[in-house]
Design a protein around this ligand. Structure first.
Ligand code: SF4
Length: 136
């Protein structure tokens, strides 16, 4: 990649951080997960298979709200980028399909959030800031 006339390697840790920064700049005008969502929203249901909490209005496919109580993912913001799935050392996430959602048709669900070790890598890498880790 070039910045001006200077060639910058996108390999290694520096390159990874640079790619993250570029992605975040691209999406910086978009809404991000509300860090205080748990004080503002009611728990409206629990996931039938994985048991995590779902907060606020859930009316698929258009309104999906926030999923998870330790690893909270705002499904209305998630663009299905997959950075969290790739970076998670504990394999917390599972893809779920939501045909017709305007942001993306697949979302990273915190299926095994009880396995989270709070490394914050997913929070850090998500280009649209759709994830909030709630410390135990
Ligand atoms: S904080 Fe770390 S362990 Fe927890 S879900 Fe995110 S990437 Fe996985």
């Amino acid at each position: 990649m070039y910045i001006g006339s200077t060639r910058i390697s996108t390999n290694g840790k520096l390159g990874r951080n640079l790619r993250k920064l570029i992605k975040k700049r691209k999406y910086r005008e978009m809404a991000t997960i509300d860090p205080d969502f748990a004080d503002k929203l009611e728990v409206t249901s629990t996931h039938p298979e994985w048991g995590y909490k779902i907060w606020g209005e859930y009316n698929p496919p258009m309104k999906l709200s926030i999923h998870g109580h330790r690893v909270a993912v705002d499904f209305d913001i998630c663009i299905g980028d997959g950075a969290c799935v790739d970076v998670c050392p504990e394999d917390v996430f599972e893809w779920v399909e939501f045909e017709g959602h305007p942001a993306s048709t697949k979302k990273a669900a915190p299926a095994r959030e009880d396995d989270c070790i709070e490394c914050l890598a997913c929070e850090d890498d998500c280009p649209v800031v759709a994830i909030k880790i709630i410390p135990m």
